[in-house]
Design a protein around this ligand. Structure first.
Ligand code: HT7
Ligand code: ZN
Length: 844
């Protein structure tokens, strides 16, 4: 397949005034009739009338009532169209029951549902399936289903039919239809201008007890977007539907958001605190898309970060406002480094705005989403809060109803602030994680910080000119007091120095506060300096970062030189854990250790080939040493942070549980699981139960709990996903593949449900020590299953191939084993375009 290039963009030759669709539902033979009013686009030079269409059986087609025979290919059709307004009519037949790819119209547990982003609408009917073609849609659904939903406001309905009208012009990727035996959890919201909005969360019977939290999250989101961005909802109705079989988290279809059930259904008994926080964030994210994505959409898929980066940034602001901003920032940076830095430093590296793709589904990445959000954060830091909101107001005013570009977005900021953002634009076009080397000098009361930026080459991009970087810096005096409050230094050169005067003594710098730019900071710091920052930094992110760096330096020395656990780290982290003035959630995060993958990348960057088993051994040794070091403190913390009273998934309670469960992890290393078993037996919420379950598995005492957990929860597919994944994640490295393999033989394992597939094989891929075990069993098992999944669900298969993206870090033996598996995938007959592109890029 040929790549598509950003530079080749041309507008479609026709505009659409209205779309009328009639669906006659039937699992294996749904009929779709379309009536579309086209007119020539005065801004287009290419007037080819091409409609996308895939896997459609064309029954009839007509232009202005005259039956025609279009020219068909497997991508769509072309026809002769008049150079004047005309009406296109077609009828097609599709087979939702056979649609295992979960794109277009498909069936999940007997329910009809759709997923059209990015290019799924072409599997429903012939249409110009591109985001810059926007139109109002009217939909009639005919069927025997109890509930039949589409976008917009409801129209007429009766026995066997329901009609919907969406007045807001939208691209086809925002189309949605749902029909089935559903129950609603209702709600209501009054917008700031007094519009009454009916809210519903639609679920399968049996799940109605898990909707209340999602409904509250939706109302908070609606209010927050009014308060912070001045954005009001614009329809009479907002529906959310929970679907079990879904390729990603959720989808922002206009007025009819569709959610992976794991991202909306919640109850204390079945969901962890982490699940609640994630659900709240995803509901907000999809809701916020109503303005950043739907009212203003993307001109083409290269502009995906325009809606995704901005919406991720907005949902992070929301979570920070509702919960704890420092905790959210630390969690986000952990995730950014784990997923985006990993991507940016390997064969799949690409710009936040890519310049070409073969399959757009492969570009819903951490780079587009999470790095895209970091760019919004940097822009806000550079222009300041007031100018940011002024620019956003102008963006909404100028581009409402548009399919916009990154150029449009940056122009708004330039016009609102008078700044030239051409250098900033490099963050959108240049892939790779920049490195920031720091050196310093102090003499006669003047302190100088010198920065040098560089970005390693990435596929197809060798040269990286300097970017503008907001570097937030504070300075601490020798007694730990802040002698310079946070100041944003604006770096524009490859090398640049900044001076601070009037300092009585050499300060300790706190650099890249709040992680003000997505970079790798390279500074030779002593243990003493890290411990000092951990104790005194007023910036919570850098306080946490200092502890993390201390742990990492110690672990690297253990791995490389066989050093013992670093006592400076053990003392410093114990002091943080003991400090009751600090937020318990922060303390729990500070006690986390760098991940296996993070350590592997750091070793590799430093010229050492990482040995996954050696990394695992070092982490285990440090955990054990820490448990001993904190043997008096851990039981005290465990007792002190038990939560009394009714379960609430709020920041205060979840922070306390997080610290208590961290303490439980330490206790388990010394008591062999006795306390964990007591917690498991007494738990009345999933946070407590799952934490205890993990401890028991880690301690090798999980056998009874595995059986008990399954017996208790076998009726609940979302909890059973946890059961699958925890057994894999907690297995010892030499057992990981065997455990995953055995679970694929379990009666409840199915390839057709992406959640279950990810819970089992995704868990294998996300357990680096086990996945990269020298036997190669992990590589082989994952490959076996990816090859089986590809013909059913190319999108999920392709995404999971990224398990192999770090392969060039490892030794020759592992590289050979992986190359064999990658070649095996590529040699598979009829491999999908999605998987072919991913594996080809990884193979390099
Ligand atoms: N805009 C959506 C991205 C998406 C997606 C969602 C579900 C299934 C398949 C999908 N392909 C693309 C989700 C979001 O970012 O909000
Ligand atoms: Zn999104």
């Amino acid at each position: 397949p040929q790549p598509i290039y950003l530079k080749d963009y041309t507008p479609f030759g026709y505009l659409i005034d209205s779309v009328d669709l009639t669906f006659t539902l039937s699992p294996e033979a749904t009929r779709v009739r379309s009536r579309i009013a086209f007119r020539p686009n005065p801004d287009a030079s290419d007037t080819t009338f091409f409609l996308h269409g895939e896997n459609l059986k064309l029954i009839s087609a007509a232009i202005d009532g005259q039956s025609i025979t279009p020219k068909l290919t497997d991508q769509g059709l072309t026809a002769d169209a008049p150079n004047a307004p005309f009406v296109w009519e077609a009828e097609v037949e599709i087979n939702p029951a056979a649609n295992t790819a979960l794109e277009g119209l498909y069936m999940s547990n007997g329910m009809y549902c759709t997923q059209c982003e990015a290019e799924g609408f072409r599997k429903i009917t012939y249409y110009p399936d591109r985001p810059d073609v926007m139109a109002p849609f009217t939909v009639r659904i005919e069927g025997a289903e109890k509930v039949m939903l589409s976008n917009g406001n409801p129209g007429a309905s009766g026995e066997g039919f329901a009609e919907w009208h969406d007045p807001w012009p939208k691209p086809a990727y925002l189309f949605a239809l749902v029909a089935g035996d559903l129950i609603n959890h209702p709600g209501q919201f009054t917008t700031k201008s007094g519009r009454e909005v009916e809210l519903n969360i639609w679920v399968r019977p049996g799940d109605e007890g898990k909707c209340a939290f999602g409904m509250e999250a939706l109302k908070h989101s609606m209010k927050w977007d009014e308060d912070v961005y001045g954005r009001e909802y614009d329809l009479d109705l907002f529906n959310i539907v929970a679907v079990d079989d879904f390729n990603m988290g959720a989808m922002e279809n206009k007025g009819l958001n569709i959610f992976n059930s794991s991202c909306v259904l919640a109850s204390p008994e079945t969901s962890t605190d982490g699940n609640f926080e994630r659900i709240e964030a995803i509901i907000a994210h999809e809701y916020f898309h109503n303005w950043t994505g739907n009212r203003i959409t993307c001109r083409d898929w290269f502009q995906l970060c325009l809606k995704e980066g901005l919406t991720v940034y907005r949902d992070a602001q929301f979570t920070s406002d509702l919960r704890s901003a420092p905790v959210k920032r630390i969690e986000d940076v952990i995730a950014l480094r784990a997923r985006q830095f990993r991507e940016d430093n390997g064969p799949l590296a690409h710009p936040v705005r890519p310049e070409s793709f073969v399959e757009i589904n492969n570009f819903y990445t951490a780079t587009v989403y999470e790095k895209g959000a970091e760019l919004i954060g940097m822009l806000k830091t550079l222009v300041g809060d007031a100018a940011y909101y002024k620019s956003l107001d102008l963006y909404f005013e100028r581009h409402d109803g548009d399919a916009a570009t990154i150029e449009d977005w940056l122009k708004v900021f330039e016009d609102a602030t008078g700044r030239d953002l051409s250098q900033f634009k490099r963050w959108y076009s240049d892939a790779g994680t920049p490195r920031l080397k720091v050196s310093d000098d102090y003499s006669d009361g003047t302190y100088t910080l010198t920065f040098r930026q560089s970005t390693p080459p990435t596929p197809g991009q060798d040269e990286k000119p300097p970017r503008v970087i907001p570097i937030a810096v504070g300075l601490l005096g020798p007694n730990g007091d802040e002698v310079q409050a946070t100041q944003v230094l604006e770096m524009t050169e490859e090398e640049q120095s900044f001076t601070f005067t009037g300092l009585a003594a050499k300060p300790t710098p706190s650099i890249l506060r709040d992680f003000s730019a997505p970079m790798i900071l390279q500074r030779d710091s002593s243990n003493a300096e890290r411990a000092f920052l951990l104790a005194h930094d007023t910036d919570p992110f850098n306080k946490w970062e200092a502890g993390r760096a201390l742990a990492k330096d110690g672990l690297i020395a253990m791995i490389r030189e066989g050093a013992s656990p670093d006592s400076a780290y053990l003392d410093a982290i114990t002091a943080v854990a003991r400090d009751d003035t600090l937020d318990p959630a922060f303390r729990a995060l500070a006690m986390g250790l760098p991940s296996q993958d993070d350590l592997a990348q750091t070793l590799f960057d430093g010229g050492t080939t990482p040995n996954p088993q050696a990394i695992w051994d070092a982490l285990e040794t440090l955990r054990q040493a820490r448990a001993q070091h904190m043997q008096d403190l851990a039981p005290r913390l465990y007792a002190q942070y038990q939560v009394e009273g009714d379960y609430q998934p709020d920041a205060a309670q979840s922070g306390a549980r997080s610290l208590a469960n961290t303490a439980l992890g330490l206790i388990t290393r010394l008591d062999g699981g006795a306390q964990a078993q007591r917690q498991y037996d007494a738990a009345d919420n999933m946070t407590q139960q799952l934490a205890a379950f993990c401890c028991l598995l880690q301690a090798g005492k999980g056998e009874a709990a595995i059986a008990a957990f399954y017996d208790q929860w076998q009726h609940d597919r979302l909890v059973i996903d946890k059961w699958f994944s925890m057994q894999v994640v907690q297995a010892a490295p030499d057992q990981t593949a065997a455990v995953a393999d055995a679970l694929t033989q379990h009666a409840d394992f199915t390839m057709k449900n992406p959640n279950r597939f990810r819970a089992t094989l995704g868990a294998l891929a996300m357990s680096p020590a086990g996945f990269h075990h020298a036997s190669g069993a992990g590589y082989e098992l994952l490959t076996d299953w990816l090859i089986q999944l590809d013909p059913l669900n190319p999108q999920t298969t392709a995404r999971m191939c990224s398990a192999f993206e770090t392969w060039k870090r490892y030794d020759a033996a592992r590289q050979d084993l992986i190359a064999t598996q990658l070649d095996r995938i590529l040699a598979t007959p009829n491999l999908s375009r999605d998987t072919t592109e991913m594996v080809t890029r990884i193979r390099g």
